[in-house]
Design a protein around this ligand. Structure first.
Ligand code: DQQ
Length: 505
């Protein structure tokens, strides 16, 4: 089957130009050329090239008739737009959208397993690609699983994690499909296949308890989107995006043991304290053996503002994920990003004696800030970014150490924007601290995209100052006994060449 590549150009006219002009558009995070972007898909590193596919609507900044966009990079920093990989069919099971999925190597044939959407439900589909991953042919047999498991009252059935397991003649494909059992909780259904086309249902790998912690930041929801299973240093990790109709969107992970047909969890963790601002992540093991993860930074402004802007949705920076000594994941931006650093500015080490001091030598809306702080019990240190000269708009990152030693990472966005229609809810989470109260804090500012890493814990968010050109101030300060041990800041160059990009490369 060949795709119909005819773009109703009139519908999308001016989108890429508007997107390019928007001052809130990031310049070193990946964004689509215009229109809508959501989940990372089909992430892979092949012959030295990273392939990032993504949920894409090139016609409008709305989640509708989703295609698979495609971009490639050799350094995880600079991206080249590739031809759109999957287009919803004129008929067939994906006529309403090609939803999230993964890419596997089937004996040398790149193969996408994705969710075809039609008539309000999703079913697993397969497409096979050319060696350069530029041309895709959908399998005539789609959907390859005709219906969800029988006899289970499910909340949804979509998204895929597929891997090859076993050795010699005993190898088999295994496949998780995200779902939820109504009245019980989110789950991932396990399937097995010899050829990626005909699948045997094995059973639920693990099922959450939706009656536990309902509404809390670690509630596991009524459905698990975008499940991702991988091993790291002897620990198995099951990442999922906890979902509930209209209420919950946040990424979580279980650590534990995957053995046989089950995952036995030892602990549940929050993956990113930004919640929906780092959603539906997917990871891959790259050719250097690193676990690389991307997530989708949702917008925090209104649908009308997105329409006016001509684009929406940001891909996170690539993250290297490792296992920390405390059994939790540690995340850090890929070191390759350092190639964008310019004009290093250092601030002298010493005690932070004032609640706030503007740093006149550091300014910008594309910044990478790396600092080490030491907090005594009862101390709070803050880093302010995107501040207007009158201080009316400012975004505050805070790290604190309570008298009992507990650490907290907090993002205050209540003054991030004077626009009352944008989301300014705070975000917070636990910060692991050693006996010395040391905090390694990294803050990356890219227009409306903000990624914070504190002792390996990430907090991602969006901010939209109403005077973006003026909101370039940076400052630091503390309450209590806090010391600045190191502070380096760089301007970050843009990763994209200037000018609008073709919506339909
Ligand atoms: N987005 C996709 C779904 C997935 C959701 C549709 C997560 O496949 O469950 O665009 O953001």
């Amino acid at each position: 089957m060949t795709h119909d590549l005819t773009l109703p150009a009139a519908a999308a006219e001016g989108l890429a130009e508007r997107a390019h002009r928007d001052p809130h558009r990031p310049r070193f995070h990946f964004t689509s050329p215009g229109g809508w972007l959501n989940d990372p898909n089909g992430l892979t590193h092949r012959n030295g090239v990273y392939h990032l596919f993504y949920q894409y609507n090139p016609l409008a900044p709305v989640h509708h008739r989703i295609h698979w966009g495609h971009a490639t990079s050799t350094d995880l920093v600079h991206w080249t737009d590739e031809p759109i990989a999957l287009v919803p069919g004129a008929d067939g099971p994906d006529r309403d959208g090609c939803w999230s999925g993964v890419l596997v190597d089937d004996g040398g044939v790149p193969t996408i397993v994705y969710s075809g959407r039609h008539g309000g439900r999703e079913l697993p589909c397969v497409a096979r690609g050319s060696a350069d991953l530029r041309h895709w042919t959908k399998d005539r047999a789609n959907p390859v699983i005709a219906a969800p498991p029988e006899g289970v009252d499910i909340t949804a059935f979509r998204d895929h994690c597929v891997w090859r397991e076993g050795s010699g003649d005993g190898t088999v494909w295994r496949h998780l499909v995200g779902s939820g059992v109504r009245g019980v909780g989110g789950t991932a259904f396990l399937y097995e296949s010899d050829d990626l086309n005909s699948w045997r249902y094995v059973g639920p790998l693990l099922t959450g308890d939706a009656s536990r912690n309902r509404g809390e930041l670690d509630w596991t929801g009524t459905m698990w989107e975008c499940v991702d299973l991988f091993g790291l240093d002897g620990t198995d990790v099951l990442v999922f995006s906890a979902w509930d109709e209209g209420t919950t969107h946040h990424p979580l992970y279980w650590t534990g043991r995957y053995k046989g047909d089950a995952f036995t969890p030892t602990a549940l963790h929050r993956l990113d304290y930004g919640g929906r601002y780092f959603y539906a992540p997917q990871s891959t093991c790259d050719e250097h053996g690193r676990r690389i993860m991307f997530g989708w930074l949702q917008e925090g402004r209104t649908d009308e503002a997105n329409t006016e802007a001509g684009w929406c949705g940001v891909m996170s920076l690539p993250r290297v994920v490792t296992l920390g000594g405390d059994g939790c994941l540690e995340q850090a931006p890929a070191p390759e990003l350092a190639v964008l650093r310019r004009n290093r500015v250092q601030v002298a080490a010493g005690p932070l004696t004032d609640p706030y001091t503007p740093l006149h030598s550091v300014r910008g809306d594309q910044l990478d800030i790396e600092t080490t702080l030491r907090l005594a019990p009862g101390a709070t240190a803050r880093l302010v970014v995107r501040e207007t000269p009158d201080g009316a708009e400012r975004t505050v990152v805070e790290v604190g150490r309570a008298h009992d030693g507990a650490g907290t990472l907090r993002l205050h966005r209540d003054t991030s924007s004077l626009d009352p229609t944008v989301d300014t809810e705070p975000r917070y989470g636990e910060l692991p601290l050693d006996a010395d109260g040391r905090v390694d804090l990294r803050v990356l500012v890219d227009h409306s995209a903000l990624e914070v890493f504190a002792n390996g814990r990430p907090l991602t968010a969006r901010i939209y100052p109403t005077r973006p050109e003026a909101a370039v101030g940076v400052g630091i300060g503390a309450d209590g006994d806090a010391t600045l041990e190191r502070f380096d800041a760089w301007q970050m160059a843009s990763a994209f060449t200037d000018g609008p990009r073709p919506l339909w490369p």
